[in-house]
Design a protein around this ligand. Structure first.
Ligand SMILES: *[C@@H]1O[C@H](CO)[C@@H](O)[C@H](O)[C@H]1NC(C)=O
Ligand SMILES: *[C@@H]1O[C@H](CO)[C@@H](O)[C@H](O)[C@H]1NC(C)=O
Ligand SMILES: *[C@@H]1O[C@H](CO)[C@@H](O)[C@H](O)[C@H]1NC(C)=O
Ligand SMILES: *[C@@H]1O[C@H](CO)[C@@H](O)[C@H](O)[C@H]1NC(C)=O
Length: 405
C-alpha cells in the first residue's frame, strides 16, 4: 500500500526544528524536481546519502492542497533544490502543481522546473533505461474516441481529433492543453549535465531489448540505453500495442507540425505544464525555465511474435533502471543548475524557440497549431502584474521566428 497515513500524522503541519529557516522565510528553490509517484520521489531520498549527492531529506514543508499521499515538499538544507511528488495522471499532476503555485511559503519566480519520471518507450527511438529530454509534450488522449470495431472501414484507428471527421485531420476544436513546447536551449544545456556513462543498464533489460533486434527500425530499442532528445505524450489512458503507438505518433507529428518526435508515453507532463502556464501569467513562474525528462521503463509495443498482454504484464524489466535513471538525470541536472547559478542560470537561458501553449497566451508565435490568440503579445489578465521581462522575451521570439521563416 502506497498511502502512508503515519508520516502525515507524525509530522503534522508543524515546523520541525530542522526546518526553522523554511518556516521563517520563503522557500526559494533554484530547482524544483517534480516526480509523479512514490518510487520516483523516494529514489531521491534514498540516494540522498550518496557521497556528493543533494540531500533532499534535510528539510520538509507541508504544501496545502497537495496530494494526501504526498503532502510534503522535500528540500536540501539551503532549499536550493526541492522535490515534490504530484500523484499520478493528469488530475493529480495539475492539482499538485497548482498547490505549489498557490503556496505563499514559496518564491518560485527564478525556479527551474525539472519534471523527472518514468514512461513507456517507442523502440524505433529509445530502449529500456533511456534518458530523454523533450521539447514538446502532446496530450494524445484529447480526442474523439470510438471503439475501433465500430469505426468506419476507412479509419485506421478509433481516435479522431475533436471537431473533425477523420483520424488524419489536424485541428478541430482546440482546448489549449493539446501541446506545450519548452525551452530548447535550456534542454540542450541541461543535457550536457547528464553523464551518459552513468546511465544505468541491467542484464535483464539487455536480454529483453535483444528481442527487438530483428526489426531494423527498432535498432534503437535493441541498443543499450543512452541520452536522447525526443518528445513525450500525455494521456490518462495507459495505452499499449503497435496500433495505438502508431496512432499517437501520427498525432504528435500532426500537432507539432512535424517537428516533434514521439518517443515516450506518460500520464502527467502536459498536466504540469498547463498549470505552469497559468503560473507564468501571474508572474509566479518563468515558463522558459521548464524541462521534461522521462526515462524508459517498458516498451510501448511488443517485440515480433510477442502478445500485447505479455509485453504489458511481463515487459516492465526496465523499471528498476528507469527509476535509477530518474535520479541519475534529475540529480545531475539539479546540481548542474545550482553549480552554475551565478554565471548562467540566475539570469536564465534565453529560448530560441517558441515556448508555451497552443494559443500563445504567453506571447510569441507558436510554430505549430492553428494560430495564436493574442497577436504575439502575452495575454494580460485583469489585475495581473505587468510582465515586463516576459513581454520583452516574447517580442524577441516573435521577431526571431519571423526572420527565420
Ligand atoms: C544510504 O541509505 C540506504 C537506505 O536508507 C542504505 O541502504 C545505505 O546503506 C546508505 N548508504 C550509505 C553510504 O550510507
Ligand atoms: C508472463 O510471463 C509468464 C512467464 O513466462 C507467462 O506464464 C505468462 O503467461 C506471461 N503473461 C502474459 C499476460 O502473457
Ligand atoms: C553567487 O553570487 C552570490 C551573490 O552575489 C554570492 O553571495 C555567492 O558567493 C556567489 N556564489 C558563487 C559560487 O560564486
Ligand atoms: C507548419 O509547417 C509548414 C511547412 O513547413 C509551414 O509552412 C507552416 O508555417 C508551419 N505552421 C506554423 C504554425 O508554424
Amino acid at each position: 500500500m502506497r498511502f502512508v497515513y503515519q508520516s502525515a500524522l507524525a509530522v503534522a503541519y508543524l515546523c520541525v526544528a530542522a526546518a526553522a529557516a523554511i518556516c521563517n522565510g520563503k522557500i526559494k528553490p533554484k530547482v524544483m524536481i517534480i516526480t509523479f509517484f512514490n518510487s520516483e520521489g523516494e529514489i531521491y531520498l534514498t540516494k540522498s546519502n550518496t557521497t556528493g549527492a543533494l540531500d533532499f531529506r534535510a528539510k520538509q514543508h507541508r504544501v496545502p492542497y497537495a496530494s494526501p499521499e504526498f503532502p510534503y515538499l522535500h528540500c536540501t538544507a539551503d532549499a536550493d533544490a526541492c522535490l515534490m511528488t504530484t500523484g499520478e495522471a493528469e488530475i493529480q499532476a495539475t492539482a499538485t502543481t497548482m498547490a505549489l503555485l498557490a503556496d505563499p511559503a514559496l518564491d518560485l519566480r527564478e525556479t527551474y522546473w525539472v519534471l523527472t519520471g518514468i514512461g513507456g518507450g517507442a523502440p524505433d527511438q529509445v530502449t529500456l533505461g533511456a534518458v530523454t529530454l523533450a521539447r514538446f509534450t502532446v496530450q494524445v488522449g484529447m480526442s474523439y474516441e470510438m471503439d475501433a470495431r465500430e469505426a468506419p472501414p476507412a479509419f485506421n484507428t478509433g481516435y479522431v481529433p475533436q471537431g473533425t471527421e477523420s483520424p488524419g485531420a489536424v485541428w478541430g476544436s482546440v482546448y489549449n492543453s493539446e501541446v506545450f513546447e519548452v525551452n530548447g536551449a535550456l534542454r540542450d544545456t541541461l543535457t550536457a549535465m547528464v553523464d551518459p556513462a552513468r546511465v544505468a543498464d541491467s542484464a535483464a533489460a539487455a536480454a529483453y531489448r535483444a528481442n527487438y533486434a530483428e526489426v531494423p527500425a527498432f535498432a534503437p530499442g535493441a541498443a543499450p540505453p543512452a541520452v536522447h532528445h525526443c518528445d513525450s505524450v500525455t494521456s490518462d489512458t495507459w495505452f499499449t500495442g503497435a496500433m495505438l503507438a502508431e496512432t499517437h505518433k501520427r498525432r504528435v507529428d500532426l500537432w507539432t507540425n512535424g517537428t516533434g518526435t514521439y518517443c515516450t508515453t506518460a500520464q502527467e507532463d502536459g498536466a504540469v505544464l498547463g498549470a505552469l502556464v497559468r503560473g507564468a501569467l501571474e508572474s509566479r513562474v518563468d515558463f522558459e525555465r521548464v524541462a521534461i525528462v522521462r526515462t524508459v521503463s517498458d516498451f510501448d509495443r511488443p517485440y515480433p511474435g510477442q502478445s500485447v498482454m505479455d509485453n504489458l504484464i511481463n515487459g516492465t524489466v526496465g523499471y528498476p533502471i528507469a527509476i535509477e535513471n530518474v535520479w541519475v538525470a534529475g540529480e545531475s541536472i539539479a546540481r548542474g543548475i545550482i553549480g552554475a547559478w551565478n554565471e548562467t542560470f540566475k539570469s536564465g537561458v534565453p529560448a530560441q524557440n517558441y515556448v508555451g501553449d497552443v494559443w500563445g497566451v504567453l506571447g510569441g508565435a507558436p510554430d505549430f497549431g492553428p494560430g495564436r490568440v493574442s497577436g504575439g503579445e502575452p495575454v494580460v489578465l485583469p489585475g495581473a502584474k505587468a510582465q515586463q521581462q516576459m513581454v520583452k522575451s516574447a517580442k524577441h521570439r516573435t521577431r526571431r521566428s519571423r526572420f527565420q521563416k
